[in-house]
Design a protein around this ligand. Structure first.
Ligand code: 13P
Length: 286
């Protein structure tokens, strides 16, 4: 994760981080990145890790990524349990997120430091969060009135104390589709990036306009997370196929339709984030 995002930051593009829910969606993400010749982050939610188990997921990813000509990161999204994170590090994840953002600042720092030490010893990158992002994540609902943006003074201390691969400050974006116009705090992104120099993660990428995304990338966001969009394409891919061909009960054709939909979406996003054409060169430089 770390060298990939450092390179993206310097070159002014962002790496897409996509949440698959099964092997086919994982494969669609990696194949889209290969076609676009771009680095990619495959990130799994804690509930997906619980559903399939660490070994299965790591095995699938190894199968897809090991012989890939582009850099593929296997990342844990919003890890909250130290034990789950430890097992990710042991079974082959190349990056983990510790989300202790619900804790008071000092405790968040302490838990994030513990994860950073454990991950660094294994050569694994770390993302940590400050402030609380609106929306649903891991069945935890953060209502708009409870969410708070990251404090730039605290962000500076946090990133000075922790050598993070990527930092996730709450900057006004939300998980899930936006109900109204997203209230992105561009000045805050700018200030935090200038004061920390750490590549930033843009959570809540679904539903942000191209203009907002471009502005965020220019201001220092080097990782853009897309999950809800993928879930919709996954389920619509199934439903649309069945509506169009109600008598076709060949499951592999349905899977193929879902696969094609996800690959199309991921390719579009990679192009939008500006990373196309950089993957093979980056892989050979690593
Ligand atoms: P969306 O579900 O809004 O795309 O957000 C994804 C995300 O930030 C995952 O951590």
């Amino acid at each position: 994760m770390n060298p990939i995002l450092q390179t993206a930051s310097k070159a002014g593009y962002a790496v897409g981080a996509f949440n698959p829910v099964d092997f086919a969606s994982m494969k669609a993400i990696v194949r889209a990145a290969e076609e676009e010749d771009a680095p990619v982050i495959v990130q799994l939610s804690a509930k997906t890790v619980r559903y399939y188990g660490h070994e299965n997921l790591a095995g699938w990813m190894r199968d897809l990524a090991e012989n890939s000509p582009v850099p593929v990161v296997l990342h844990l999204d919003h890890g909250k349990e130290i034990e789950m994170i430890r097992r990710c590090i042991e079974t082959g994840w190349t990056s983990v997120m510790i989300d202790a953002s619900h804790l008071p600042f000092e405790e968040n720092l302490k838990v994030s430091r513990q994860v950073l030490e454990m991950a660094t010893a294994a050569g694994v990158g770390v993302e940590a969060e400050l402030g609380e992002i609106v929306g649903v994540e891991e069945e935890i609902v953060v209502e708009e009135e409870d969410a708070h943006l990251a404090d730039p003074d605290k962000a500076e201390i946090f990133c000075r104390e922790l050598d993070l691969g990527v930092f996730a400050p709450a900057i006004g974006t939300a998980h899930g589709f936006y109900k109204g116009t997203p209230k992105v705090a561009f000045d805050l992104i700018d200030e935090i990036y200038r004061r920390t120099g750490t590549p930033l993660a843009l959570h809540g990428g679904t539903g942000l306009s191209d203009e907002i995304i471009q502005r965020c990338i220019k201001l220092g966001c080097a990782k853009v997370n897309i999950s809800t969009n993928l879930k919709h394409v996954f389920i619509d891919g199934f439903a649309d196929y069945h509506r169009a061909s109600p008598d076709d009960y060949e499951p592999l054709r349905v899977l193929e339709a879902q696969f094609a939909g996800i690959k199309r979406l991921v390719s579009e996003k990679i192009r939008q984030f500006g990373g196309s054409g950089t993957g093979r060169a980056l892989a050979s430089a690593m």
